[in-house]
Ligand binder design. Structure first.
Ligand code: FES
Length: 575
């Protein structure tokens, strides 16, 4: 063991290692729980931040996995303490888990700061839990290792493979078109999620777990292991053993994260065909680390990196197949010439060292650079008079016909307006129309909900239309697909140009040229702006009011202004 840190230098020493009245209280309370000196004396205290909850199916196994982590911590010579944190179950938390990502980040940071913690193991995976945990751990700055919850097994319906979200959207449209029965739909409901674990398409969960591993913050290969696989429990124990060494080595996130490690993560994101949501989260994570990442960097890197992972919604397979194909390490071997292999990882090895021996086993699932599944790019950042600070789309998941398109607008003022209109059989809409949804942004949603994959109007669904251009200031689930332009910044609620779009205007999009243009004259836009009334505040008290007062726009990562890097927070006084 590389014992560079001495026991007296541990944070926890201030609570447990000195001999005064307060430390008497700390130790006597540990003894109250049945622990004794040999449990803690001179040992790193490891906080296991666990986002398990009874209502989070993606994390249902994390209660047991925390025990595996503890086993590893004990083997490594540490003292494990489990700390429950907000779970953020994507399907249940309303109005949007995104409203609470920063809440979890604050909770993680303050849990670690306020307790006698020397190092952290972070258990999460369901969408916002990964960035929330990582942002908090970066800001706190103690050694931390991320344990991804892992994807669930493939869904199944009558022998057909089902993917989370993606196939729900697909069969919902088939049901709206009258192509499947109520009883078929009910069977799909029972077969689409067959085990614990996160969504198993390349949604936000799989994307963020992979990105975090590529950043160097998870053990090599950890993010691809399906949640129910026995390897997952073994990975948890290994993380428990490793974090103890990381404390002695003082291997803090700041030593791992760099502009190069974020470029690696973005390239991996592109090669995975990852979720558009990752842009917001990765920018927020980088800025917590004091790295000035912006959307332009995503766009720049996306031009050089084709999609290699043949995973839905951009491709055909699921995360379980990806694991059998060799997982993220194998994908990174294919991508090696584009990665900085010298970046350090939590393993203590460089990224290049962790990839030794990895190889692709199923060529259909992980493709080589010379034969990708798409060169269209996982992410394109467009700008123009409709989105002066940018907006994003996922060309690889869109009907190619719509990547260059000009059409008339049907504008919806909010979600309820849209939901009513798209079900009307007399809606004057054609496949060339562009649907625009307002008030779905960070402040307007509130919480920037995943409303960006606006439903295709029922009239068109019945006629067989499955994609059309849709624009909003909201986000889109990573399990979604289609020609959806998202994250328009600034958002309409704060008076961004999207607020002034009217039904009948024309919008032109050119994904190759990275351009979006509202064909309305500057004079007319100024008139509309002058006549615009800001909507009333969404909240007058509570967390929502704090959120509204401090949330940043999508291009800034939607972090709170007072949580950004810079400034310092003292270690707590112990009196
Ligand atoms: Fe948890 Fe999709 S619902 S990862």
């Amino acid at each position: 063991m590389n014992q560079r840190k001495k026991p007296e230098e541990l944070r926890s020493h201030r609570w447990l290692g000195v001999n005064d009245l307060r430390s008497f209280g700390h130790r006597s309370r540990l003894r109250q729980m049945g622990y004794d000196g040999p449990d803690w004396a001179g040992k790193p205290v490891i906080g296991i931040v666990n986002t398990w909850s009874d209502i989070n199916a993606c994390h249902a196994h994390l209660r047991a996995r925390a025990e595996d982590v503890k086993r590893g911590v004990l083997q490594g010579g540490g003292f494990p303490i489990e700390l429950p944190a907000m779970s953020l179950a994507e399907p249940f938390v309303k109005p949007s888990t995104m409203l609470y990502r920063n809440f979890l980040a604050m909770e993680t940071e303050e849990l670690l700061r306020s307790h006698p913690i020397d190092g952290a193991v972070l258990l999460g995976g369901c969408d916002k839990t990964t960035p929330g945990l990582i942002m908090g751990a970066i800001s706190m700055g103690v050694p931390a290792i991320y344990v991804p919850a892992g994807p669930m097994l493939r869904g199944n319906w009558r022998g057909e493979t089902l993917g989370s979200g993606s196939d729900a959207w697909k069969y919902w449209d088939e049901k709206r078109a009258g192509n499947i029965t109520e009883s078929d739909w009910n069977e799909i409901e029972g077969g689409i999620s067959r085990s614990y674990g996160t969504c198993m398409v390349m949604g936000t969960a799989a994307t963020m777990m992979a990105i975090t591993e590529a950043l160097g913050l998870a053990l090599p290969g950890a993010s691809s292991i399906p949640a129910p696989d026995a390897s997952h429990a073994r990975m948890c124990a290994a993380a428990g053993r490793r974090i103890v060494d990381m404390v002695w080595e003082d291997l803090v996130p700041a030593r791992i994260l760099s502009p190069a490690s974020f470029d690696n993560a973005i390239r991996v994101h592109m090669a995975m065909g990852g979720s558009t949501n990752a842009i917001i989260h990765v920018i927020a994570m980088a800025r917590r680390a004091g790295i000035a990442l912006d959307m332009a960097r995503f766009d720049q890197l996306s031009r050089d990196v084709p999609v290699l992972a043949n995973i839905r919604p951009s491709g055909k397979f699921l995360m379980e197949d990806f694991y059998y194909a060799g997982g993220l390490r194998a994908l990174m071997v294919e991508l090696a010439e584009l990665l900085d292999l010298g970046c350090l990882t939590v393993s203590g090895q460089t990224l290049g060292e962790t990839l030794r021996g990895a190889q692709v086993h199923l060529r259909e699932v992980i493709r080589p650079l010379g034969d990708p599944i798409s060169t269209a790019g996982a992410t394109a950042v467009l700008t123009g008079n409709l989105a002066p600070r940018g907006c994003v789309m996922k060309p690889s998941a869109a009907d190619p016909r719509l990547l260059r398109h000009r059409g008339p607008v049907i504008a919806f003022e909010d979600y309820n307006h849209m939901a009513r209109e798209v079900e009307r059989d007399d809606l004057a809409v054609t496949p060339d129309h562009i649907l625009v949804l307002k008030n779905a942004g960070p402040k307007g949603g509130p919480g920037m909900p995943e409303w960006g994959m606006l439903p295709i109007p029922r009239k068109l669904v019945k006629a067989g239309v499955r994609d059309m251009l849709r624009i909003s200031d909201g986000r889109m689930s990573g399990t979604s697909y289609g020609a959806c332009i998202l994250h328009v910044a600034p958002e309409s609620y704060v008076g961004g140009p999207l607020a002034f779009v009217r039904t009948g205007d024309e919008i032109e999009v050119d994904a190759d040229a990275r351009r979006i243009h509202l064909h309305v004259s500057d004079d007319e836009l100024s008139r509309r702006r002058a006549a615009w009334q800001p909507p009333p505040p969404r909240y007058s008290r509570g967390y929502g009011a704090m959120f509204s007062a401090h949330i940043g726009q999508a291009d800034e990562g939607c972090d709170f202004d007072y949580l950004l890097a810079g400034g310092s927070i003292p270690e707590p006084e112990i009196h």
